[in-house]
Design a binder for this molecule. Sequence first.
Ligand SMILES: [Zn+2]
Length: 109
Amino acid sequence: MNCAEFQKVLPYIIESGGNAEEEAHLRECDVCSDLVQDLRYIAEQAKLLLPMHDPSPKVWDGIQENLQREGLAKPARARGRLLGFPSLPSLSIFLLLFAAAAVGFGLLK
Ligand SMILES: [Zn+2]
């Protein structure tokens, strides 16, 4: 079993644990065991967030507008460029989407 095969069945492994072959790969492979650990952590955090209700987007828009009017914040894009780092590394975005999909899958079951 290689990493690609392992990661294809990763959502099931996170849900219910893997079979012997998958467990063996997990023990031998730092990349995949790190990934599983990260995803479990993100999934746990995401579950904690679920009961919270996000304020309406208008609230955030209002805060952003107020900050901009008072000169405390520049539009997000300009600020990211100014400080010289992107808002989020693409790997993190991938992991978050993946975790969201895994959590969503778990909820649908
Ligand atoms: Zn691997």
